[in-house]
Write a protein that binds this ligand. Structure first.
Ligand code: NAI
Length: 297
């Protein structure tokens, strides 16, 4: 389950069974862990069940798993609204909405529930792990684990260690993630982590190039596809991500890191204000016939 040097983990708690949490629960259960999922209310528990059944059902259809394996996997996951069920967890992964206040209230609550040696992880994509950790009485046992969407498919997991994360916690988490077949990478606590810091700096630069009329959108995209082997050009990728989402990510990174590479290109804000959000609104850098349809103009 884990590599030789890591502590043995067998029970994992997942808080929040939305897009990410359900996927994370599935990954752990698929690898033999007992999973306790905690949600807000009965309706959310039911949605969590449906999410898990749908996702594993697709794996059965694609013959990546047998119906028997699916039943075993689902049998290893218990969903509840009772946070106290996490008292037996070796590791807790928090994957609730991206709100500092909500996340801090959870880490505060975990204090009186989890074992002293439990590892507490947050799946935040942009909030400060350090700040979240201060809500708990053992910030040294708090760490970020940033899974990518969809968690069962994407192999990269960014591990975020704060200045007070205990070295043994980092080692344990690396071992657990490797045991899941993931590729963990380690970085410090700064919005964007490794992948988004580099990716969004590059995307923002492409927008500036377009804004400065240095080259056409088609030529900027073609250069990166055919010259660098990227599956999509930067402007088409921004349309797919959503210009509003991209703007928010850049703005958060810029406010935290003050790296001018992340200062959102002015035209990005103008497009967002004008409602040009990319594929989802039918128009961004390109125009789409209908939301999410292939490029037509
Ligand atoms: P989501 O909105 O799909 O799911 C959040 C879930 O948390 C909901 O089911 C909600 O009922 C539950 N929840 C809210 N408050 C709760 C509480 N107090 N106790 C228990 N459950 C609670 O959100 P999503 O997209 O899964 O994101 C979760 C986290 O993962 C966020 O921090 C986000 O930034 C991060 N993330 C998201 C990615 C994505 O592509 N969606 C990728 C990587 C990280």
């Amino acid at each position: 389950m884990t590599d030789e040097t890591a502590r043995e983990f067998s029970t994992v708690g997942v808080i929040g069974l939305g897009t990410m949490g359900a996927g994370i629960a599935e990954v752990f259960a698929r690898n033999g862990y007992t999973v306790i999922g905690v949600e807000l209310n009965d309706g959310a528990v039911e949605r969590g069940h449906q999410h898990l059944e749908h996702s594993t059902g697709r794996a059965v259809k694609r013959e990546k798993m047998t119906a028997e394996q699916q039943a075993e996997l689902l049998g290893r996951i218990t969903l509840t609204t009772d946070m106290k069920a996490l008292a037996v967890a070796d590791l807790v992964v928090e994957a609730v909405v991206e709100s500092l206040e909500v996340k801090k209230s959870i880490f505060r609550l975990l204090d009186g529930i989890v074992r002293d040696d439990a590892v507490l992880a947050t799946n935040t994509s942009s909030l400060s792990v350090t700040e979240i950790s201060t809500a708990n009485s053992k910030p040294g046992r708090v760490i970020g684990v940033h899974f990518f969407n969809p968690a069962p498919v994407q192999n990269l997991v960014e591990i975020i260690r704060t200045v007070v994360t205990e070295p043994s916690v980092l080692e344990d988490v690396q071992g657990v993630l490797r045991g899941l077949g993931k590729n963990p990478v380690v970085c410090g606590d700064k919005a964007g982590f490794i992948a988004n810091t580099l990716l969004f700096g590059y995307l923002n630069h492409a927008v500036s190039m377009y804004e400065g009329k240095y080259a056409s959108r088609e030529d900027i995209d073609a250069a990166m596809r055919f010259g660098c082997g990227y599956p999509m050009g930067p402007l088409a990728l921004l349309d797919l991500i959503g210009l509003d989402t991209a703007y928010e990510i850049l703005d958060t990174m810029y406010k935290q890191g003050r790296d001018r590479l992340h200062a959102p290109a002015p035209i990005l804000k103008q497009y967002v204000t004008a409602g040009l959000l990319g594929r989802k609104s039918g128009r961004g850098f390109y125009t789409y016939e209908a939301p999410d349809s292939p490029i037509v103009v």
